[in-house]
Design a protein around this ligand. Structure first.
Ligand SMILES: Cc1cc2nc3c(=O)[nH]c(=O)nc-3n(C[C@H](O)[C@H](O)[C@H](O)COP(=O)(O)OP(=O)(O)OC[C@H]3O[C@@H](n4cnc5c(N)ncnc54)[C@H](O)[C@@H]3O)c2cc1C
Length: 340
């Protein structure tokens, strides 16, 4: 046994780093175990929704985000056939690659006192009345009061992985578009939708979720498929290969043990969460650290619900409804025929 901590967090994506940051800042001993060395690229649209701006800025200041090259976005354009509708975002959103964002969030979690084991992969978790034991693929293990599943699937929770949508595949790549791109633009067609956004370093992110039959119709060639949705797209703009991944189903997964919490994608988003994007970094900080610290069985049973931990990485507790209304689709500020 290498050590005993209050919480082991599996995964150092946005959900895991946010959890580690807040718990460690509250004085708890936290160990984050992350399989991949950072920086790394990840399939993601890299749009941090306005609903998350406040939560993100609890961890990273606007200046820190800007110094990493993050950009603010206040316009959202939706292409609907021959028309395009332009919406003004209620509060500015951020755009930053996961390569950049996850490094920044991990650094903040470390600064606040979280220990990292990285790269190190969790192989198995043993659950007992007295605590959990997290076993790593390299033979090491860590004992803890709680395990927080932020690994994107929850596969080491007794309740198992979040289901994937077998009809869909996610794709992403970075582009260097001559003249750059402005705001967030969503293009949709039957069987797919595609989003583009400018991120740091003169790059733009292009991410899409597409039905498998559409991909097959284009011979599995992502460039061809994207061209069918975005006729102006030039594969020569690509800065690196297409990455692909599964797309999770919505739906809340109840943890399978009282010492187990699920956050972010490992919790699975509900419909409302899907609209809000990943970075719903919302924590009931007042009592979460205390509950984890006490290690009391009752606290473990209730902690997830009280803190919204089970839902898409920190979402949706009562008073958020006001924010939701604010973010509800608004009238477009422009609605015009597209120029070709
Ligand atoms: C096509 C597509 C586009 C998207 N676009 C957006 C968008 O624009 N905005 C948005 O907000 N969301 C978007 N999402 C969703 C977003 O990518 C996820 O919601 C987000 O990555 C969830 O963060 P997370 O921290 O829960 O998990 P992840 O980011 O998946 O992080 C999990 C981490 O756990 C690590 N891990 C996994 N298994 C182990 C193990 N056994 N041991 C140790 N570590 C492990 C992984 O290496 C990874 O770093 C998109 C998703 C798709 C598919």
């Amino acid at each position: 046994m290498t050590c005993r901590v209050h919480a082991v967090v599996i995964g150092a994506g946005p959900a895991g780093c946010a959890a580690a940051f807040h718990l460690a800042r509250s004085g708890l001993q936290v160990t984050v175990i992350e399989a991949k060395a950072f920086p790394r690229v990840k399939v993601c649209g890299e749009f941090i929704s306005p609903a998350a701006t406040g939560y993100l800025e609890q961890i990273l200041s606007a200046d820190e985000l800007r110094s990493a090259g993050a950009r603010t976005v206040d316009r959202f354009v939706m292409e609907l056939g021959e028309r395009e509708r332009v919406f003004r975002l209620p509060t500015p959103a951020w755009a930053l690659s996961r390569r950049g964002l996850d490094v920044l969030l991990a650094a903040k979690a470390r600064e606040s006192g979280a220990e990292f084991m990285q790269p190190a992969s969790v192989r198995e978790v043993w659950y007992g009345g007295a605590g959990v034991e997290v076993l790593l693929a390299d033979g090491r293990d860590v004992a803890a009061d709680f395990v927080i599943h932020a690994d994107g699937s929850g596969r080491h929770d007794p309740a198992g992985s979040v289901a994937s949508d077998s009809r869909l595949v996610g794709h992403k790549c970075h582009l260097r578009v001559p003249g750059g791109i402005d705001g967030v633009r969503i293009r949709a067609c039957a069987g797919a939708y595609l989003g583009t956004i400018a991120v740091e370093g003169g790059l733009a992110t292009c991410a899409l979720a597409a039905r498998k039959e559409l991909i097959a119709r284009h011979g599995g060639d992502a460039d061809r498929m994207v061209r069918s949705i975005w006729p102006g797209f030039d594969p020569a703009w690509r800065d690196g290969p297409w990455l692909a991944c599964g797309v999770q189903r919505s739906g809340y997964v109840q943890p399978g043990h009282w010492r187990s919490l699920r956050i972010g994608n490992a919790a699975a988003a509900d419909r409302r969460g899907v609209r809000r994007g990943v970075l719903r970094i919302r924590w009931r900080l007042d009592s979460l650290p205390r509950d984890v610290a006490t290690g009391a069985e009752e606290a473990g049973r209730t902690v997830g619900h009280r803190h919204g931990l089970h839902r898409g990485g920190v979402d949706v507790v009562g008073d958020d409804d006001a924010g939701e209304a604010e973010l509800a689709p608004q009238e477009p500020v422009e609605d015009r025929r597209r120029e070709h």
